[in-house]
Ligand binder design. Structure first.
Ligand SMILES: Cc1cc2nc3c(=O)[nH]c(=O)nc-3n(C[C@H](O)[C@H](O)[C@H](O)COP(=O)(O)O)c2cc1C
Length: 179
């Protein structure tokens, strides 16, 4: 949560932004299902939140259980929210074209990007300047200085793990995550 500062301690009471981020489903048998998520959404839309934000691996991922499994989770979640709060969707959006395609689904009001910003710290600026062709989709392990990634995260990043950007030359081994 972010609070707007008015210069007086007593006036430190105006919330500016508060979102709620949730994983919509879990793969294990007793894990959360879309039905649970719908119940959570019904409660969250009653709260003084500014956004709802989904955490998942793939933007177009279909529902696994507890809802129409032919439909994308984000489409179903958006329907359930029914305009009461804006939704931020995420999941493996690396390029400007992918961002455009995601935006055109109409399933979310906003699109979040994680991995691509690690390897393109100026992602939004490149798109705004019409320099989409400079966006990279792999992390070059020989160019540590280029990204400004902290050491601990860098050491994990060069191991080609699926929750981090694919490493150059190893995209084929970069496994999809069912999350
Ligand atoms: C370095 C890093 C840290 C993350 N930490 C969290 C976390 O603490 N909680 C969470 O729900 N998701 C976390 N995620 C997942 C992202 O928020 C996002 O859902 C996921 O990366 C998919 O978006 P992307 O493909 O644009 O990265 C993390 C992702 C990255 C790359």
């Amino acid at each position: 949560m972010v609070w707007r500062w008015h210069g007086k301690r007593s006036a430190f009471a105006e919330p500016v932004k508060m979102d709620y981020r949730f994983s919509p489903e879990e793969p294990n048998e007793n894990g959360l299902t879309m039905a649970d998520t719908f119940g959570l959404i019904d409660a969250l839309v009653q709260k003084p939140l500014q956004y709802l934000h989904v955490s998942q691996w793939e933007f177009e991922k279909k529902a696994r259980r507890g809802a129409d499994t032919n439909k994308a989770r984000l489409e179903l979640i958006h329907q359930r929210i029914n305009g009461k709060l804006p939704l931020i969707g995420v999941g493996n959006i690396f390029t400007a074209d992918q961002a455009l395609k995601a935006a055109q689904t109409g399933w979310t009001e906003f699109i979040g990007v994680g991995k691509t910003v690690m390897i393109n710290p100026n992602f939004a600026k490149l798109i705004a300047n019409g320099e989409e062709n400079k966006i990279v989709t792999e992390l070059d392990p020989d160019k540590a200085d280029r990204y400004g990634i902290p050491e601990l995260l860098w050491n994990m990043s060069v191991r080609n793990q699926s929750w981090l950007p694919p490493v150059k030359g190893k995209k084929d081994e970069w496994q999809a995550v069912d999350a």
